[in-house]
Design a protein around this ligand. Structure first.
Ligand code: FE2
Length: 219
């Protein structure tokens, strides 16, 4: 997360600042940073204010800027070679924007229900069915996610083919396409990530997860 985002911040910011604003425009490259659904310090003591601020205002913003720049470059070139060369930037920044937009909603302050699974809900029943227990699910999610090398994402996803909840990982900023994302955990190369993994369950927004799961079942 941190190193990769740092690499794209400067050039992307410059490109977007140079782009004229199109009022009410429906052009693809007008992505904007979604506001956090809570204050930057709302997840303390589990996730530090400084981390939340940097992660949202610098890193997610960099993905938004990079995506806008790549989509604009793609839309304004007739060169097939140039379009092919933009694929990595589209995937990295587009995935980063999609994943982080899901991630913020996956978290919730303890005072607003963070960490509390909806008792007796469809998600709890499915977690017990597919993993044996909620605690067994959390342990497997931590183990699988903690084994990611470098940057990536750990996901609880709904597999629309097997109709089961499964734990999957994606590398770098690759979005989850094979499953419907229910809970996503952002992992980056950082010394305290195990502490982070244990702490994050205190602020997981299970209400949002429940909502996504119920929607996934309808598809
Ligand atoms: Fe991130």
């Amino acid at each position: 997360m941190f190193s990769a985002a740092r690499n794209v911040l400067k050039p992307a910011t410059r490109l977007v600042q140079a782009r004229p604003f199109v009022a009410g425009g429906a052009r693809a490259y007008q992505h904007t940073l979604p506001p956090l659904p809570y204050a930057y310090d709302a997840l303390e003591p589990y996730i530090a204010t400084e981390i939340m601020t940097l992660h949202h205002t610098k890193h997610h913003q960099a993905y938004v800027n990079g995506l806008n720049a790549a989509e604009e470059a793609y839309a304004t070139t007739d060169s097939t070679a140039k379009k092919i060369s933009l694929q990595n930037a589209l995937k990295f920044n587009g995935g980063g924007h999609i994943n982080h937009s899901l991630f913020w909603k996956n978290l919730s302050p303890v005072s607003e229900g963070g960490g509390k699974l909806v008792q007796g809900g469809d998600l709890e029943k499915a977690l017990v069915r597919d993993f044996g227990s909620v605690d067994a699910f959390k342990t497997r999610m931590n183990t699988t996610t903690g084994a990611i090398q470098g940057s990536g994402w750990g996901w609880l996803g709904y597999n629309p083919v097997s109709k089961k909840l499964e734990i999957v990982t994606t590398a770098n900023q690759d979005p989850l396409l094979s499953h419907v994302p229910i809970i996503g955990i952002d992992i980056w190369e950082h010394a305290f990530y195990l502490q982070y993994l244990n702490a994050i369950w205190n602020v997981i927004n299970f209400e949002e997860a429940e909502k996504r799961f119920v929607e996934a079942l309808k598809e």
